[in-house]
Design a protein around this ligand. Structure first.
Ligand SMILES: [Zn+2]
Length: 286
């Protein structure tokens, strides 16, 4: 676990240490011109008061900021404040509201809210590459009421904490099954409650159920879906107590943020993982 207090002190006392920190993590991405794609012919053109460099391509002669293609591009918020915000988010128990963040880094509530929305959007891109495998649980939950309601399908790989949270229009077999096939490896152990629409999964998976309506929540041999049930409880608790409810429009982003934090909760370098995800520009894949 990094010493967050030390990192925070550094960020506060030297405003340019934020950009230096992420620059060291992403050096390999800083070799590519965003205009012509040429690799390895960039010179530092200028450095602004925040320490952010502008590069000039020696081939096309055009310039661009080193933060181009990241959520920090053209942001008026100092990079060090962004990083402090990310540390507060990582170390907050349960979740971090815009009101909390605005107080902690001394920005307006609206600015804090925009920062968190940007972070959530970006983090959502970092999930969903590898398929779930081994012991996988699935379930659905209803969020919100009446016109603000969504059904969310959840799938989680127990051991590696890989998770998918997908908003779905209904719980019919033809809706659920394609998502399962897309995200869960064939022949995995697949645990659900006794909802009939899951019975088709027996074709590709070792499907086992527990009958919640009969009060059965676990059977011998680790057959249960308690992990995903616990996740629903956690998410609903955070939404109710930290964010005081959320609108439908932003639900997907909150789910993505939760999924990212859940997956990497026990990672010793969540801070750097988050920074890599947030700062890795999309224009250059070398
Ligand atoms: Zn160029």
């Amino acid at each position: 676990m990094p010493d967050y207090q030390k990192i925070m002190r550094k960020l506060i006392s030297h405003p340019s240490s934020g950009i230096k920190m992420i620059r060291s993590l992403t050096a390999r991405h800083r070799k590519c011109c965003v205009h012509c794609g040429t690799i390895g012919h960039l010179h530092i053109h200028s450095t602004d008061t925040r320490g952010i460099q502008t590069f000039q391509c020696q081939v096309c002669k055009k310039t661009f900021s080193e933060t181009y293609g990241t959520i920090f591009y053209k942001s008026k918020i100092p990079i060090s404040s962004w990083l402090l915000g990310i540390i507060f988010w990582i170390t907050a128990t349960g979740g971090l509201s815009a009101a909390d963040l605005s107080r902690k880094i001394n920005v307006s509530h609206l600015t804090a809210w925009r920062m968190l929305t940007k972070i959530r959007k970006e983090l959502s891109k970092g999930l969903g590459k590898e398929m779930l495998n081994g012991l996988v649980e699935a379930d659905e939950a209803w969020f919100g009421r009446k016109h603000n309601q969504d059904i969310v399908m959840g799938m989680v790989e127990r051991e590696k904490r890989k998770i998918r949270l997908i908003i779905i229009p209904n719980v019919k077999e033809e809706t659920l099954y394609p998502h399962i096939r897309e995200h869960v490896k064939t022949k995995s152990q697949f645990f659900t409650d006794s909802r009939i629409t899951y019975s088709i999964t027996g074709i590709r998976y070792h499907h086992q159920t527990t009958n919640h309506s009969k009060g059965e929540f676990a059977r011998k041999g680790g057959i249960h879906s308690n992990t995903i049930e616990q996740i629903w409880g956690d998410i609903k608790g955070v939404i109710r107590t930290i964010h005081h409810g959320i609108s439908r429009k932003y639900r997907e982003l909150y789910l993505a943020q939760y999924a990212f934090a859940y997956q990497f909760k026990h990672s010793t370098n969540l801070f750097f993982k988050t920074l890599c995800q947030l700062f890795t520009p999309t224009y250059c894949l070398i």
